[in-house]
Write a protein that binds this ligand. Sequence first.
Ligand code: ADP
Length: 491
Amino acid sequence: MVSSEAVPFAKTGGLADMVSALSLALAKKGHEIRIVIPRYYAINKDELKLKTLEGPMGVPMGGGEEWCKVYEGTLSGSSKKNPIRVYFVDHENFFGRDGIYGVPSEPDFLDNPRRFTFFCRSVFQLCRKIDWYPDVLHSHDWPCALVPVFLKFGERQGVFSKTVSVLTIHNLGYQGIYDRGNFYATGLNWDTFYSAGFEDWNMMNLLKAGICSADVVNTVSKNYAEETKTQAYGFRLDSTLRSRGTDYRGILNGIDSKIWNPEKDPNIPVPYSVKNMEGKAKAKEVLQQEFGLPPSPDTPVIGLISRLTFQKGVGELFGPTYGSAYAICRDMNLHFVVLGTGEAWCENEIRSLAGKLSNFRAKIGYDEKFSHLIEAGSDFFIMPSRYEPSGLNQMYSLAYGTIPIVRKTGGLADTVENFDQDTGSGTGFMFDDLTPQAIYNTVGWAVWAYYNRKPQIEAMRQRGMKKNFSWEKSAGEYLLMYEETIKKVHG
Ligand code: ADP
């Protein structure tokens, strides 16, 4: 498993959770999994009691060899019998600094193409160093997209002759596009710039090269896989993805049921389950208290936890003058609570709404513990995403008996089923168009059902809580994909 992030060592988003959770689920099925990530400055090798592998490691690059060190640790949660080893590639010049991809003053480090080219190349040297050669090299997103390229264009011989490559795309919006002058760092010849698919309007596109070169490519839900093959969602790579045919697929992320389980959650006041929902009512009471809202068990609470960025549809919700949140809170008898950080305009707008509306409350910041209380204490959870590769919050919501209100896109469309008020079926409220009006109308519909269709709402909650979004299921699909790919490549 080759990644730029893995919990608990380095995290900026869902990728970090997925890499560790999938590794654990695969190991549980008896497979030998090893993870390799860069050793960022913030990873404290003494605190983590990391072992130093003997001797320096040379990594061939364009312009000369780079030398580094490697540390080894184990992933917590893996069993003693089949421990997941984690390798940390340590290169002072590339990773001995704050930030994973950048820092606020320089969000995308200028030397990122060289940093991650080095990292991808180092993986092959690491295998030689530890004399361990995997059947599958599974890499993630643009920072690790060169692993399949190096395998296909040079390494697939000798000790790697039986290895296949898998590339998972977690968000097509980030591709690693750089000046083509950076290509020389790969040490590959210029023919490969075209044949491996690096070329992108005279620039170098790392993710595109990975998509073209990997033995199989996937993204994190079936529906997002389909959407990304269209111009509207393809971020200019739709035709590249289409060209991979059945070698491009979707596998839904799972959720960690040890952390996100209302029956065992230490972050909520009283645990609850389908059989006894009293704890949910208590969570609602505490949530209203925490936000300084009047205690009111009969008022529907709508929660939102999100990165406040364009991708999440926050413009349509909070945009000054046109966003629908103001009208929703003005016109409807509900409580609206928000937890998030992100774009400055949006944070300011949210603060200003909280000043204008007595039923709208927000906490600007990142707060893991509080996010559990919002999931448990809300009646509805809103996600008006512009695009959503998998989405985790709607799955957490379902598990906590909180009804999602979502745009019908990506993983949201794969995990939520729209309410049918004639039959009472469904697990959430959905809309197609990303417009302030559609959000307003759908929230209105949900609030109407809350007041007028109580039994149907209760049945929906229960249906959601019984859904199975375990990693075990998704890991099974990954295994199937690995096996099919090995068969396809090596017969
Ligand atoms: P993405 O990875 O695109 O941000 P996901 O829904 O897949 O969206 O996952 C986001 C994760 O980050 C969820 O676990 C969510 O609860 C968490 N999260 C986002 N913002 C915050 C915040 N401000 N405080 C706590 N958790 C947050």
